[in-house]
Ligand binder design. Structure first.
Ligand code: S0N
Length: 265
């Protein structure tokens, strides 16, 4: 597959996948998600690869979720040609990140927001630049991820904090994210890739089979969330075509305050 939306390189046992849409803060469209799945598949199949890094181009953003400018009135299906779901294969991407039998490290270089935040949550480890910002925005823009994005997040940082993140839609700095247990390490911005590679080297020194079995055993305890994700995406496609959800998308695109209060009647 020829990539336009991501960069993909393999160096000394590491596969580095970079979301490359800086003009929209590395938001993803259907093609981006397909390319990410393809790259994870390639890293999965390549026995020389022992660890995968997911990051974003530039200083501003890791990924800010679905591209709101590409979102139609009933999801993203026009562009993707998909007949099911919201038109973005995010559930397949989440499964690829979770099930690839090698550790995946998110190197968060800026905003990790919305669906972009969920991507780092499902990675095995997260190393954050001190400039990184974390948060969910679904209830502000007429969307939600009620699978790994919420149920698994609650396992990582606890129910109260996970509910706060989704219900208030605020942003959190890197140090605060570390205190919550949302990231493993915070490093000065300019050291992010260097430190991530040091972690990769440490992982590459370890037994690949032991790492694979440990990853599978960690996953087993939360595997049922995949079913919740499928239900979530199935309901999201219906929600996306509602006037209420479109108010969220339109307010963001039109750069105006959102008015969800009119739907509380
Ligand atoms: C990222 C934010 C906080 C940055 O704010 P800041 O610094 O004030 O910059 P802006 O001027 O707002 O943005 C800079 C430029 O980037 C564009 N842009 C930003 N985000 C997006 C986006 N998601 N899609 C398209 N363009 C984006 C801005 O428009 C601006 O460009 P110009 O100047 O040309 O207008 C802030 O921008 C922000 O909050 N963005 C919204 C993020 C967002 O809505 N993400 C989608 C969130 N969705 C969910 O959370 C739903 C659940 C979910 O994760 C999911 C699950 C399954 C499938 C899809 C999704 C999904 O993500 O939709």
């Amino acid at each position: 597959m020829a990539y336009t939306d991501i960069l993909y390189e393999k160096v000394n046992g590491m596969a580095i996948i970079t979301i490359n849409r800086p003009q929209v803060y590395n938001a993803f469209r259907p093609k981006t998600v397909r390319e990410l799945i393809d790259a994870f598949r390639d890293a999965w199949d390549d026995n020389k690869i022992g660890v995968v890094v997911l990051t974003g181009t530039g200083d501003k953003a890791f990924c800010v979720g679905g591209d709101q400018k590409d979102r139609g009135d009933d999801g993203y299906s026009e562009e993707s040609g998909l007949t099911n779901g919201i038109g973005l294969e995010v559930e397949t991407l989440h499964s690829a990140i979770r099930n690839i039998p090698k550790p995946v490290i998110a190197a968060v270089n800026g905003y990790a927001i919305g669906g972009g935040h969920v991507l780092h949550v499902v990675c095995d480890l997260t190393i954050a630049s001190d400039q990184a910002r974390f948060g969910q925005v679904g209830p502000k823009v007429g969307s939600y991820d009620a699978g790994f994005g919420s149920a698994y997040l609650a396992r990582v940082i606890g129910e109260k904090k996970a509910r706060e993140i989704w219900f208030l839609c605020e942003q959190y700095g890197a140090e605060e994210a570390k205190e919550m247990g949302l990231v493993n390490k915070v490093v000065p911005h300019e050291k992010l890739i260097e430190e991530t590679k040091i972690w990769c080297e440490k992982i590459l020194d370890k037994s690949p089979t032991a790492l694979k079995m440990l990853k599978y055993s960690f996953n087993a305890d939360s595997a049922h969330i995949e079913g919740i994700t499928q239900l979530s995406m199935g309901s999201l496609v219906m929600y996306y075509s509602s006037e209420e959800a479109l108010e969220g998308r339109n307010a963001f695109i039109e750069k105006r305050p959102v008015n969800f209060r009119k739907y509380r009647r």
